[in-house]
Design a protein around this ligand. Structure first.
Ligand code: UTP
Length: 293
């Protein structure tokens, strides 16, 4: 069985749900805790054994490239002042020469199209796909959980899934479940943003996948799906009918939709709560505002 060594990070979206913050700076550079969302996702991938990082970017996203590059000026400054802890922090966000590839999606035609832009960079091996605006806090990194599920169950397309409220099914790709063993289920089909009255379940895909490389043959860039975008989900059903299964894995952990103000706020609070240094400050501040209400 081929190992998952490559990850794609689509970061070319317009981030309209978080305007004006995302007008001139990428959504993926929003900070949760002490680092940008995209670094959380890259570190999660590293912990899952990923060695090659492909970023699908667009105009105005160069801050992401700079973030993973070396910053010699800053390094020299910190070295001269013996600020070893700070040096360590910036080195953690550096990828090794040749490990990262940045390519551009020229038009924001949707997630399916963004992934398709990497078609010449992936050979005949499965790859991880991480949407950095979905932040997942868990004991075992979510991508590692998916890699383990893939290694235990064999080839196919995999996505991390969770149960959502009925009112929210129309925001997600939803699974029509065939059968489930423990936390892994196979799907009869996947439906993008169904109506609550017709949805086959409340089991929703979140932004973590392991994909079969044959997916590139099934992404139809001529066909616009829901929201007039090339939907990644639309590639999965034809693959299921060609006996390439789609598996959902209920992940352990908590997911925050940091593409919205509310989700981003929740994520920062959750981070501060789990950080022994920040927790007292968080409680003090919450207390202050609760009392003054
Ligand atoms: P979203 O659905 O969150 O879209 O994309 P968006 O454009 O970033 O944000 P909103 O909905 O306007 O607020 C999910 C992920 O797919 C990437 C985004 O960067 C994000 O990581 N994406 C989306 C692309 O790379 N290209 C696209 O054309 C669309």
């Amino acid at each position: 069985m081929k190992k998952v060594k490559t990850a794609i990070f689509p970061v070319a979206g317009l981030g309209t749900r978080f305007l004006p913050a995302t007008k001139a700076s990428p959504k993926e550079m929003l900070i949760v805790g002490d680092m940008p969302l995209i670094q959380h996702a890259v570190l999660e991938a590293v912990e899952a054994g990923i060695e090659r990082f492909i970023f699908i970017t667009s105009q105005g996203k160069t801050a992401i490239e700079d973030h993973f590059d070396r910053n010699k000026l800053l390094e020299t400054f910190l070295e001269q002042r013996h600020k070893i802890a700070d040096l360590e922090k910036i080195r953690r966000s550096q990828l090794q020469p040749g490990q990262a590839i940045f390519i551009r999606q020229q038009d924001p035609l949707g997630l399916g199209h963004a992934v398709w832009c990497a078609r010449h960079l992936i050979q005949d091996e499965p790859f991880a796909l991480l949407l950095a605006d979905d932040l997942i806090i868990s004991k075992t990194p979510c991508t590692k959980q998916l890699v383990d599920a893939y290694e235990a169950n064999g080839s196919g397309n995999y996505a991390a899934v969770m149960e959502v409220a009925m009112a929210d099914v129309s925001k997600y790709g939803i699974l029509d479940i065939q059968q489930q063993t423990n936390n892994v289920m196979t799907a009869n089909s996947v439906i993008e943003k169904p109506d609550p009255t017709t949805t086959p379940s409340r089991t929703a895909i979140v932004g973590r996948y392991i994909l079969d490389p044959r997916v590139f043959n099934y992404i139809d860039t001529q066909k616009l799906g829901v929201g007039e975008e090339v939907q990644l989900t639309d590639a999965f059903n034809p693959m299921i009918s060609q006996n390439i299964p789609f598996l959902g894995m209920l992940f352990e952990g908590e997911r925050f939709d940091c593409g919205t103000k509310e989700g981003w706020l929740d994520a920062n609070i959750a981070y501060a709560y789990k950080d022994p240094e920040l927790k007292p400050r968080l409680l003090e501040t919450l207390n202050k505002y609760t009392i003054s209400n």
